[in-house]
Design a protein around this ligand. Sequence first.
Ligand code: SF4
Length: 266
Amino acid sequence: MPRKYTYGPFQSRRLGLSLGINILLNYKVCSYDCVYCEIGATNKENLVSPEYRINAPPSFNFRRELKDILKYVPHLKSLSFTGYQGEPTLNENLLDFYSITLDVRRDLKWTNEPPLITLFTNSSTLYSSEVRERVKHFDLVLAKLDAATENDFTNTNRPHKDSPDVNTIVESLVKLRKDMQNKKLAIQCLIYNSYREDFISNDNKENIEQLAYAIKKIKPDIVQLYSIARIPSEYFVYAIDKKRKKEIVKIFKEIIKNDLIEINYY
Ligand code: SF4
């Protein structure tokens, strides 16, 4: 049976051995068009409002496919609902996929701890309480926050015109953190630089400081700072180096001043 929903397993820098789960279509649909996107640009017609919903329920084959693969990797660390073809929370049937995954995980034997069920989101839909209700079930949610000023948000994530503003996104992450009892929230910040003199990347003093203040307010369990690792959507952006990541972590720590928040860079 050809695989439709899963890819990998692959060694993830942040999660260990992971199986990717794609619950979207076979083309990219996203509410953002990030300059650094590793799956290419979001076509105009597929750059959708965060209100847009895809109705793509799991077929019977999802359970089968998952079981067939998982029996070979009893040491897996994460079952990851990823942005492989865009923003997974746009799928109306997110919880149906989650429930089947939970069931399959329960039925299998694991070498150590069972893998986490992890969700990657670009955070654009989290202002909706209905979406937060779904998202809060995941063991670990990795939520994108690359920018904390409106200019940096527009430049970096190039959101659909109906996307919420940065303050609304930060507030929705504060709410999600409160909703996620006994589950973990990680904020992911991708920081990059630009070759173009007329383009200000998100690695600027104001954005880095505002990001730290936003994180201080959200109080996530984890912050993951990283940079571009594959071919980006735009030719004019490039990865920041390890030295700069360390400097940003230092700024974050100085502003956040909360030892309960683990801050890592990759
Ligand atoms: S949110 Fe993710 S999938 Fe969407 S454009 Fe940005 S990096 Fe790509």
